[in-house]
Design a protein around this ligand. Structure first.
Ligand SMILES: O=C(O)c1ccccc1N[C@@H]1O[C@H](COP(=O)(O)O)[C@@H](O)[C@H]1O
Length: 215
């Protein structure tokens, strides 16, 4: 029997989001540090939220092309278990960040067509995990969190030598189909469990995790 699907609830902004995600069975919680995002939070807020997360649930910081000064401040201020790099970080930069901070790194790769897939093989050589997300639409002001799905058939049956998560436009209604088609054992969601951008909904979080784990 295969292991239960693990779910990451990303973009938590309120203290109450932590018990909502934890009690629903999240394996990861994500905090966004990207000023253009409606889910962006300050370091103090992130630290207060992170201290509420029980042992065994991974606290992930999402950054976009962050420089060392930003990452130094972040890792000094907030207890973290993983860094999610969601920008244009090169494989060399991924390696440098892993070494400098001693934290596992998950690299996001945007997928729209088959031409985007070789990037996943490239980053699988340097990152600890991959995040297979939808490529943002042209002109979008953020590289993720756009409630946009990609054609899951593109990665059906594909495997990489490191653990990977599926993301992009997932909802309580479509997550089971996404898992069936792709074989993903880890799932990431943000917009699909919100009542409005940046506002998580406890009922939607429960419904999402239930649907993911029952599939
Ligand atoms: O959530 C954001 O605002 C965000 C900003 C910048 C980069 C990534 C962001 N979110 C990540 O995007 C994917 C998909 O999100 P969604 O479920 O489609 O809203 C997920 O990994 C989020 O963590």
């Amino acid at each position: 029997m295969s292991a239960e699907v693990k779910v990451k609830i990303c973009g938590l902004t309120q203290l109450a989001d932590i018990p909502a995600a934890v009690s629903a069975g999240a394996a990861y919680v994500g905090f966004v540090f990207f000023p253009k995002s409606p889910r962006n939070i300050e370091l103090d807020r992130a630290r207060d939220m992170a201290t509420l997360v029980p042992e065994g649930i991974a606290k992930v910081a999402l950054t976009v092309d962050a420089d060392n000064a930003m990452l130094d401040m972040l890792t000094d201020s907030v207890p973290l278990d993983m860094l999610q790099l969601h920008g244009h970080e090169t494989p060399e930069r991924v390696t440098e960040i892993k070494k400098r901070y001693g934290l596992p790194v998950m690299k996001a790769v945007g997928v729209a067509t088959a031409e985007d897939l070789p990037q996943l093989d490239t980053y699988a050589r340097v990152a600890d995990q991959l995040l297979v997300d939808a490529k943002p639409p042209k002109g979008a002001d953020r590289p993720g969190g756009n409630a946009l799905a990609f054609d899951w058939k593109l990665i059906a049956g594909r495997r990489w030598p490191v653990p990977w998560m599926l993301a992009g436009g997932l909802t309580p209604e479509n997550v089971a189909q996404a898992i069936q088609l792709t074989g993903a054992r880890q799932i990431d969601v943000s917009s699909g469990v919100e009542s409005e951008p940046g506002v998580k909904d406890a009922k939607m979080i429960r419904a999402f995790i239930k649907a993911a784990k029952c599939s």
